[in-house]
Design a protein around this ligand. Structure first.
Ligand code: KIV
Length: 298
């Protein structure tokens, strides 16, 4: 009996994401910043890979996402694009790459597609970003919105704080989501907002909402992969579930490696390259003798 071939997975697109929402299927999204992680996420059939500017905090060690540059983002996006073949790839526009002028925003958004293999871009902000989003979408570049706790506004918020807790703030978020949809966004990230508010937004707009700290009523979920894997141990937001403790596992592996090297049990014969005896003898015969008490390096 011949084996049934595994069906080729189709590339996820902005329209296939929308179709998922229409069919009531949940969208999955994770962040990646390098080739190996992108490959593993893609093989797990996660729908969307976001090269988030969370890069600044979980990979580059900054306290906020603000220092991340276009060059940082494009470098990591290229690595992710080499690893992922089917997930929809989203490049996160870093702080000050889209706020100064619409022309600069369109040019920088274009660089994600032209120079780093991304399929779409994401940017933070509500109604104040509508004209910018429209211009980027008009240039043929799909845009994912991001409202709620938008980390690039950390200083405006006075910290990484949940948004939309009052009726007034929640209403503004609901309006913002509608405005972003009208501006042409194909999807919106809802970060750290009350679950009931996220559910209302998800019911009222036709494009998929992707929640992080926004409860189960969103059309999809996203986590920062370093949080999910337990790789980032500086702090863990309440909404993160750790599915592994890779930081602990790394510490264990590094300590074991050190002990084995110091104890001469690594490298063992199976990790060692040997040389044919005849070649070895020929080499020894060809070498001039080492002078007594003087090393060859001297
Ligand atoms: O930068 C990022 O990783 C993000 C996610 C938290 C959505 O924006």
């Amino acid at each position: 009996m011949s084996a049934t071939p595994t069906p080729e997975r189709k590339k996820v697109t902005t329209t296939s994401l929308r179709a998922k929402k229409e069919r009531g299927e949940i969208v999955t999204m994770l962040t990646a910043y390098d080739y190996a992680t992108a490959l593993a996420i893609d093989r797990a059939s996660i729908d969307v890979i976001l090269v988030g500017d969370s890069l600044g905090m979980v990979v580059l060690g900054y306290d906020t996402t603000l220092p991340v540059t276009m060059d940082d983002m494009l470098h990591h996006c290229r690595a992710v694009a080499r690893g992922a073949k089917t997930a929809l790839l989203v490049g996160d526009m870093p702080f000050m790459s889209y706020q100064v002028s619409t022309a600069e925003a369109v040019r920088n958004a274009g660089r994600f597609l032209q120079e780093s293999g991304m399929d779409t871009v994401k940017l933070e902000g509500g109604r104040e970003m509508a004209a910018t989003i429209e211009a980027i979408v008009t240039a043929g570049i799909p845009v994912m919105g991001h409202i709620g706790l938008t980390p690039q506004s950390v200083h405006k918020f006075g910290g990484f704080k949940t948004q939309g807790r009052t009726a007034r703030a929640a209403k503004r978020l609901i309006e913002d989501a509608q405005i972003l949809q009208d501006a042409g966004c194909y999807s919106i990230v809802l970060e750290s907002i009350p679950d009931r508010v996220a559910e209302v937004i998800s019911e009222r707009i036709a494009i998929p909402t992707i929640g992080i700290g926004a409860g189960p009523g969103c059309d999809g979920q996203v986590l920062v992969t370093h949080d999910l894997l337990g790789l980032f141990d500086r702090f863990t937001p309440k909404f993160v579930k750790k599915y592994a403790n890779l930081h602990g596992e790394m510490a264990r592996a590094f300590a074991e490696y050190k002990a084995e090297v110091l104890g001469h049990s690594f490298p063992a014969p199976e990790h060692t390259v040997t040389m044919d005896d005849a070649e070895w003898k020929e080499l020894l015969n060809s070498l001039s003798p080492v002078a007594d008490g003087v090393s060859q390096a001297e």
